[in-house]
Write a protein that binds this ligand. Sequence first.
Ligand code: F3S
Length: 66
Amino acid sequence: MTVQVQVDLNRCQGHGKCMIACPEVFDEDGQGYPVVAVAEVPADLVAAVNACIDDCPERAISATSR
Ligand code: F3S
């Protein structure tokens, strides 16, 4: 199974929790907003990404698995 993660920048308000909690997956774009740094979430980071999804105050992060 592969997991891909997306950030909806129309919802993101730059709270930054995702970039602090999981910097391997969420890069900072230089203006305080996240950029997804990986095409697929490594298996050992899936749990951390799921926590980021739950913790985002704007519900801006989503993931798809296939
Ligand atoms: Fe944005 Fe949510 Fe991360 S608001 S910076 S996607 S914690």
